[in-house]
Design a protein around this ligand. Structure first.
Ligand SMILES: C[S@@+](CC[C@H](N)C(=O)[O-])C[C@H]1O[C@@H](n2cnc3c(N)ncnc32)[C@H](O)[C@@H]1O
Length: 323
């Protein structure tokens, strides 16, 4: 199968992603006669063959969805051999490197291949990814996965230390991506790999000291537009809050001062009559969805999650012009 062309139904040898619940997805290569254990019990591979991707499958203790792989879902479910890049950073990398079908890219290190899959989807069908990894087993595993995912023809995996031995590419790439402990050590080699008309480079580093050294080296090597950024996704949860029904009648006992206070807090939508429609003091209290009693009702509101996804790393981008 190929990650880049959508298949309708599952066949033997396909990689399917089992959606077992919120934040819980597992890859499975469909193999004749095999059984996969999930938290909802055993799933026989044979039982998914011929089913449409997206189908809900009954397991002994619950339901599982069988999904078609995409780079985004693969990032969420891949077997981690290293730390990986996630979609928030990946989207910025693909955009800032100006990647498009036909682009030629050099990447080091390959790691678990999370970014590689997104690069490949973008540069297909005529582009090429040269990816480097100095850990032998990781390089071999990545090669095997690219083959399994239908990418063999557009990716070259090389087992090499790019800092010591360089990319060994001569002016053929449009963009370089570095996710290495010492990216500054391979800027010279990256520059040599880049096309004579120039291109874009990105380096991902968790620590600002690494960023600083990389920027100094990029500047020394005549890269321009050097920009470092951090991408953080801000998640909002939907919560239901209890809102007292609006009263459009002025209470005779309400003092003028009370009225002014009410008006300042007034809820001006919908603008019905001229009454002071006051919000209950319990308006931020979280209540169950759908419930309502006389005198109040529930409304959905967006609340930032208490646990925000934190720092992953800094992305440094730079441009190389004609060289
Ligand atoms: C954090 S991982 C990369 C993760 C990858 N970006 C992803 O999204 O899956 C860094 C990888 O770089 C490799 N590496 C470190 N130094 C290297 C070097 N000098 N040459 C080649 N690979 C190197 C490590 O073995 C590791 O697998």
């Amino acid at each position: 199968m190929s990650f880049s062309s959508i298949k309708q139904t599952v066949g033997y040898g396909d990689t399917v992603l089992l959606h077992v619940g919120y934040d819980n997805m597992l890859p499975m290569i469909v193999t004749k006669g095999m059984t996969h254990q999930t938290k909802f019990g055993a799933l026989r591979h044979d039982s998914v063959v011929g089913k449409k991707f997206g189908t809900r499958i009954q397991c002994p203790k619950g339901w599982i969805y069988i999904l078609h792989p995409t780079p985004e879902l693969w990032t969420l479910s891949l077997p981690h051999r290293t730390q990986i890049l996630y979609t928030t950073d990946i989207s910025m990398v693909v955009f800032q490197l100006d990647l498009q079908p036909g682009s030629v890219v050099a990447e080091a290190g390959t790691g678990s291949g999370s970014l590689s899959h997104a690069i490949l989807r973008t540069i297909l069908p005529t582009g090429h990814l040269h990816t480097y990894e100095f850990h032998k087993e990781r390089a071999e595993k990545a090669k095997e996965e690219f083959h399994q995912h239908g990418h063999s023809g557009c990716v070259t995996v090389t087992h090499r230390d790019v800092c010591g031995e360089g990319f060994q590419l001569d002016h053929i790439v449009d963009a370089v991506f570095l996710d290495l402990p010492k990216p500054w050590e391979c800027v010279t080699s990256a520059k040599k790999a880049m096309k004579k008309q120039g291109g874009r480079l990105c380096s991902f580093s968790p620590c600002i000291e690494q960023v600083q050294r990389t920027c100094e080296e990029l500047s020394a090597q005549n890269f321009s537009d050097i920009v470092t950024m951090e991408c953080l996704a801000r998640h909002f949860n939907i919560q239901y809050a209890k809102l007292q029904n609006l009263s459009f009648e002025s209470s005779a006992s309400e003092s003028t001062a009370d009225k002014e206070t009410s008006n300042r807090e007034s809820y001006s939508e919908p603008p019905v009559k001229s009454a002071s429609a006051t919000l209950s003091s319990s308006r931020h209290k979280e209540v169950k969805r759908g419930g309502s009693d006389s005198g109040s009702h529930n409304f959905p509101s967006a609340v930032p999650a208490l646990n925000m996804p934190g720092h992953t790393g800094f992305l440094t981008f730079a441009t190389l012009t004609c060289h």
